[in-house]
Design a binder for this molecule. Structure first.
Ligand SMILES: *Cc1c(COP(=O)(O)O)cnc(C)c1O
Length: 385
């Protein structure tokens, strides 16, 4: 092949706007507690269509902080999908509560609302994860939560600008937590954002992300004087991170168009291959965010993922896996709760047989063809042993 350029799975898009925004902040000497973080919060809230957005240090911090502020603790059960980033489960564990794992749908990888609805017993919260950015069946999930008097916290790490019934993810439950880790839809280096319409929750999130101070820096009548009447973290976002995030927002629409176009072209090419499942980016009322394209190999194991991934890497094509294990089968959860393989068949199949291919804004038309050609070649090679 003539073109040997590396095609990475993800690549943060950093331009002149981000560079100059960062140097401005560094030169200003105000690195936290400045005006950029509130500006980023306001712009993000407006984009998602929620009343509030609270910037935090990561999506994981946002999930943990929200559960903590809602008083989730020992004895509480929280329903989460068995196929997600371990962050979702850890946020529950960190509160001393118990994650209740729900297997996922085989055509979307999202929490199976039918299985959720069959769960008996008390449930304090539900954390639907919009897998690869496709919104979960929020109608059924919200109905279940209402019956149980549980609140819904969306894991929106991969769901920037995803919509369900015309509303954006992050505004579909009580709150949503987004990630700005470098290879997500947009970055603030590290960082996250919690969106909510709930005034009281937003105020508490702001207070508890900063030690539980009773007065924010700007509210102090004498410098350095505050009281602490509640427990809190340091989960703040820095001004440098907020400046990067804010500079990215105006570029999101263009990136989204590129993602969608790349996704559709790659999907059409991969559907030509027998036996490969390609996850859809839309279903019913749900419209996804085209985070990546997942090709899933047959359940009978006739194709070995390692062989395909190795062939892709040898030819310069980056890929990823979302995610490498059903969460209950990660060693920590397995040893703690005694889960066994076979209990979450769909999540386990995805963990073993899914390959995430890049469709981000760094991918050019010629890359799409190369990815598809190389993938086809890899399958042919793997089939012929
Ligand atoms: C990446 C990711 C997270 C973690 O995000 P951080 O900002 O790195 O904490 C959580 N949930 C999902 C579904 C993710 O993909």
């Amino acid at each position: 092949m003539s073109d040997n350029r590396q095609v990475p799975f993800g690549k943060p898009q950093i331009g002149e706007e981000e560079l100059s925004a960062v140097t401005d902040v560094l030169r200003s000497g105000i690195l936290v507690h400045g005006k950029i973080t509130p500006a980023f919060e306001a712009a993000f809230a407006q984009r998602i269509g929620t009343k509030h957005a609270v910037a935090v240090s990561s999506c994981t911090a946002g999930l943990h902080l929200t559960l903590f502020v809602k008083g989730v603790g020992p004895g509480d059960r929280v329903a989460i999908p068995a196929m997600t980033h371990v962050a979702t489960a850890h946020s529950v564990e960190l509160c001393g509560a118990t994650p209740v794992f729900v297997d996922v749908e085989e055509d979307t990888g999202n929490m199976d609302a039918g299985i959720l609805q069959s769960l008996d017993g008390p449930m304090r919260a539900v954390i639907p994860v919009h897998y690869l950015g496709l919104p979960c069946e929020m109608g059924r999930i919200n109905r279940y939560a209402e019956q149980k008097d549980a609140f819904v916290l969306e894991d929106c790490a991969l769901a920037v600008d995803s919509t369900y019934a015309g509303r954006k993810a992050g505004g579909l439950g009580l709150a949503g937590s987004f990630s700005f880790y470098p290879v997500k839809h947009m970055t603030s280096i590290e960082g996250g954002m919690i969106t909510t319409d709930d005034d009281e929750l937003a105020a508490q999130l702001r207070k508890r992300r900063a030690f539980g101070y009773n007065r924010a820096l700007g509210e102090r009548t004498r410098p350095g004087i505050y009281d602490v009447d509640e427990l809190g973290f340091n989960y703040r976002m820095s001004e440098v991170e907020a400046a990067v995030g804010l500079a990215q927002l105006p570029k999101l629409d263009g990136w989204a168009q590129k993602r969608k176009a790349n996704y559709e072209r790659l999907r059409a090419r991969l559907l030509e291959i027998d036996g490969i499942t390609v996850f859809a980016s839309e279903r019913g009322e749900a419209k996804g965010s085209h985070y990546c394209l997942n090709a899933v190999l047959p359940r009978n194991g006739s194709l070995k993922r390692d062989e395909i991934v190795d062939h892709l890497s040898e030819n310069g094509i980056g890929s990823s896996v979302h995610y490498p294990s059903a969460v209950p089968l990660f060693t920590y959860y397995k040893e703690r709760y005694g889960y066994k393989s076979g209990q979450f068949p769909v999540a386990e199949w995805l963990a073993e047989q899914t390959i995430s291919l890049p469709v981000g804004p760094h991918i050019e038309d010629s890359d799409v063809n190369r990815i598809a050609d190389t993938f086809k070649e890899a399958v042919r090679k793997a089939r012929n042993g």
